[in-house]
Design a binder for this molecule. Structure first.
Ligand SMILES: Cc1cc2nc3c(=O)[nH]c(=O)nc-3n(C[C@H](O)[C@H](O)[C@H](O)COP(=O)(O)OP(=O)(O)OC[C@H]3O[C@@H](n4cnc5c(N)ncnc54)[C@H](O)[C@@H]3O)c2cc1C
Length: 349
């Protein structure tokens, strides 16, 4: 059993640099340690926070009154078949290092997810996505520890219930601990069809074209760096949890109401009749420009959707005060409620 430490401050374990101490903290180096740590805490009825790279978390200034289990399991196994590679990855592997390897090996399907921070085990939780790809397109199975049944088993992609930045895991929070993820990747030197306009423009190709994997990765990383979306200790705009709000998806009535308030607003009409609206546009047009500050919290100077802690000294309370002001301002102007993307621990909006 791994050691338990008391009173470990959580801020250094999150990219937003907020969070008071954990009552208890342990690191799991193997699947068995991970399962045992969570199972024992559950037996003792002790609250558990499973911690990956801390890049999608806002932890309260009061910290976490329970056990934080940091996932530090490692290992990548590969089974190569005719046209595809099945890549089985332990939850504690670094996501972007895995993407870099896939690109180098000629395994296609995750290259547009280059530069997303965090660990592999978190990718199914919110169906990590960017630049026209998300992991629902490649996840074949997820090995989980089910805290309700006490069993270890495999979920199929269908059982994961993937949707835009969403999954069955988010609807039953804390029930499953992800132990490993299997990605089914095409063996090809070419990227998946480029599906995102800005990326196609950067690559100088049409939507739907396929480009060398390394070109796709480089173009995505360049675009992301320009928005402060690649972690960089020298760039205070990257002290964030990524996009703080998801793009709202409106039903027909809500969409019609918004069209009256904001004629001609940008929108993506989805096949099921719903309308996705860029949250960044709503925020900017509600009067919150890039660089907008409240106390020591700031909207990124490069990307309206990211709320940042540029000095590293703002608390979660300050970040959330800014988030509330933005959310309420957007609602007042456009009648649309923005929903936070990061997981709030011990806090609410
Ligand atoms: C600069 C920046 C850019 C970003 N860009 C993107 C982007 O383009 N697209 C995108 O989708 N996201 C993006 N994000 C958000 C974030 O990187 C992803 O959500 C990432 O998958 C979170 O991984 P993590 O390991 O850091 O998770 P954490 O923040 O540690 O945890 C997130 C949640 O998952 C749970 N969790 C973690 N590991 C496990 C596990 N093994 N089993 C069960 N539950 C677990 C945690 O308890 C928590 O609820 C960005 C974040 C930052 C800081």
């Amino acid at each position: 059993m791994a050691d338990r430490l008391a009173g470990v401050p959580l801020a250094p374990y999150t990219t937003l640099r907020t969070g008071g101490p954990a009552r208890a903290f342990t690191q799991a180096q193997t699947q068995d340690e991970l399962v045992a740590a969570v199972a024992e805490a559950d037996r003792e009825r002790e609250p558990v926070l499973v911690l990956g790279g801390g890049s999608n978390l806002v932890v309260s200034d009061d910290g976490f009154d329970g056990l934080v289990v940091r996932v530090a399991t490692r290992g990548v196994d590969v089974a190569v078949e005719d046209g595809r590679a099945l890549v089985i990855v332990q939850a504690g592997e670094d996501w972007d290092a895995l993407v870099a390897r896939c690109v180098a090996e000629g395994w296609s399907g995750v290259e547009c997810l280059s530069g997303v921070p965090g660990l592999v085990g978190s990718t199914p939780i919110q169906n990590v996505g960017a630049y026209g790809q998300d992991v629902s397109q490649t996840v074949a199975a997820v090995r989980v520890y089910d805290r309700v049944t006490g069993e270890v088993g495999d979920l199929t992609a269908a059982e994961c219930g993937f949707a835009y930045r969403d999954s069955a895991f988010k609807h039953d929070p804390g029930r499953h601990v992800v132990l490993a993820v299997t990605y089914a990747l095409e063996r090809s030197p070419l990227s998946g069809p480029v599906a995102y306009r800005e990326l196609a423009a950067r690559l100088g190709v049409e939507i739907g074209a396929r480009v060398p994997l390394a070109d796709a990765r480089e173009a995505v990383l360049e675009l992301r760096r320009g928005k402060g979306m690649v972690l960089d200790p020298d760039d205070p705009d990257t002290r964030s949890a990524g996009s703080f709000f998801t793009n709202p998806v409106l039903g027909p009535e809500e969409a019609a109401a918004l069209a009256l308030r904001a004629p001609g607003h940008p929108r993506w009409d989805l096949p099921d009749g719903t309308v996705k609206v860029p949250a960044a546009w709503l925020i900017e047009n509600a009067g919150f420009p890039k660089g907008y500050e409240k106390g020591r919290a700031r909207i990124s100077t490069k990307h309206t959707l990211a709320l940042t802690n540029p000095s590293g000294e703002a608390g979660a309370a300050e970040l959330l005060a800014l988030a509330r002001e933005v959310r309420d301002g957007v609602h007042e102007k456009f009648g649309v409620w923005l929903v936070n993307e990061p997981v709030l621990v011990g806090a609410s909006l």
